[in-house]
Design a binder for this molecule. Structure first.
Ligand SMILES: C[S@@+](CC[C@H](N)C(=O)[O-])C[C@H]1O[C@@H](n2cnc3c(N)ncnc32)[C@H](O)[C@@H]1O
Length: 218
């Protein structure tokens, strides 16, 4: 099974339903938005990969200069572009690309966002190296990741079956500690780790060391 091509078909099928799904934990979502925006400046260039139907990018748009928001699913992006048109947002560019094949300038971004996506990537270390390369020195990587490796045995046994039936994407059984270790191996410093409850997705703000660190207010 090819995770990228089969993944695109899965997410294309899910896109209309995904766009109507309510946010599971609104308070946690608002907290992550606020923490992220506390690091933003109006002159910043931001990359979001795996942007889905674009809601988060559109909320961040007024706080930065530009956002390149990418996803491998064209159907997700169609919905995202329609939302941007409706909201009158003009500084977000939606582009179809898997993160693995995305071509972008090294050190071209002040911040990178990867939300509900790290557990879907076949090569976590490779992806984090790419994020590191794309960030300017001092830039930050904001991630929020469901940690399937910490879930109960029933969920973990059911997931491969759901994937086989086409009801779930291929996922990695990540634990929060593995993400932190991979970030640190890559060279990131971890500024902030937060979970509203044990078992909730882990939100991590990681910094690429360097002199040009944007001001943060954590
Ligand atoms: C769980 S959704 C998360 C969407 C959005 N970030 C959010 O938080 O609502 C995962 C998204 O990642 C996209 N995706 C999956 N694998 C990807 C990859 N390798 N490269 C880029 N996007 C990917 C899917 O198409 C989907 O839109």
């Amino acid at each position: 099974m090819n995770r990228t091509t089969d993944g695109a078909a899965f997410w294309d099928r899910l896109a209309p339903r995904y766009s109507r799904m309510p946010i599971k934990d609104e308070a946690a979502y608002q907290h992550k938005l606020a923490v992220t925006q506390s690091h933003f400046r109006k002159d910043m260039a931001v990359l979001e990969f795996g942007c889905g139907t674009g809601s988060t990018a559109l909320l961040h748009a007024p706080h930065v200069r530009s956002i390149l928001a990418t996803d491998l699913s064209e159907k997700m992006l169609e919905i995202a572009r329609e939302k941007a048109r409706h909201a009158g947002v003009t500084n977000v560019t939606f582009e179809k690309a898997s993160f693995e094949t995305l071509r972008a300038e090294d050190e071209g971004f002040d911040a990178v966002l990867g939300l509900s996506i790290l557990h879907l990537l076949a090569d976590l270390d490779g992806a984090l190296h790419k994020v590191y390369r794309l960030l300017k020195p001092g830039g930050r990587f904001f991630s929020s990741t469901v940690c399937i490796g910490e879930m109960g045995v029933v969920t973990r046994l059911a997931l491969p079956m759901a994937t086989w039936l086409g009801l779930a994407p291929q996922v990695n059984e990540l634990r929060a500690g593995e993400i932190a270790e991979s970030l640190e191996r890559t060279g990131f410093a971890i500024d902030y780790t937060w979970r509203p409850r044990p078992g909730s997705p882990v939100f991590i703000v990681a910094r690429k060391p360097g002199a040009d660190a944007p001001p943060g207010s954590l």
